[in-house]
Design a protein around this ligand. Sequence first.
Ligand SMILES: CC(C)(COP(=O)(O)OP(=O)(O)OC[C@H]1O[C@@H](n2cnc3c(N)ncnc32)[C@H](O)[C@@H]1OP(=O)(O)O)[C@@H](O)C(=O)NCCC(=O)NCCS
Length: 178
Amino acid sequence: MRMQKFSTKDARTALLRKPRWEDLDGMMELINSLVEEEAPINRTEEVSRTEEMEFLTKRLSSIEKGEIIQFVAEVDGDIAGNAEITKLSGREAHVGRLGIGVKHGYRRIGIATRMIESLLQRAKKHGLKIILLAVYSNNLPAIALYKKLGFREIGRTPKGVCWKGAYIDDIRMALEID
Ligand SMILES: CC(C)(COP(=O)(O)OP(=O)(O)OC[C@H]1O[C@@H](n2cnc3c(N)ncnc32)[C@H](O)[C@@H]1OP(=O)(O)O)[C@@H](O)C(=O)NCCC(=O)NCCS
């Protein structure tokens, strides 16, 4: 994808583009900020720079090979958001799994919507037909976002997530993009 420029709802300029090696620190800050605020994601431990270097090395290679479609949103030089679709394989090669995170301070200004819409367009070009995702039942902002984009619940693992000592459901959602 060529770089896309768009205006956020609060009139900032955001760039949507593929991640690159120079994003290492920005991407590490993004994931660690989500861990720090105890966002409803699976990771509970901050990543070290070494771990992030290993992760990004593998990730850039997977993107090059076309196994993962990934965009970052850059605002004022900061990595404000990250979203990816990981392609499944074999008989599930028409299915992709979506993941997304937007940094605190950049939310509710349309970044996730724009990132997902662009990813879905790209996924179609890659021949994907179904996009799946998992979301914790307490993550009302994300559930509202996904529903707005057309995703529907297809099932859940009751008590599939341990959230601060209580068991909550792990919801699965899907969208057909054909
Ligand atoms: C969920 C998340 C990705 C949304 O990102 P965002 O950039 O703020 O989303 P957008 O601005 O594009 O919002 C789109 C729609 O989602 C819904 N939404 C987003 N945040 C919401 C909130 N706090 N409460 C209710 N609805 C919300 C609204 O319908 C919103 O449309 P509107 O602003 O016109 O009402 C972001 O809050 C986030 O990264 N949270 C922490 C990590 C996370 O939960 N990741 C997903 C794991 S499954």
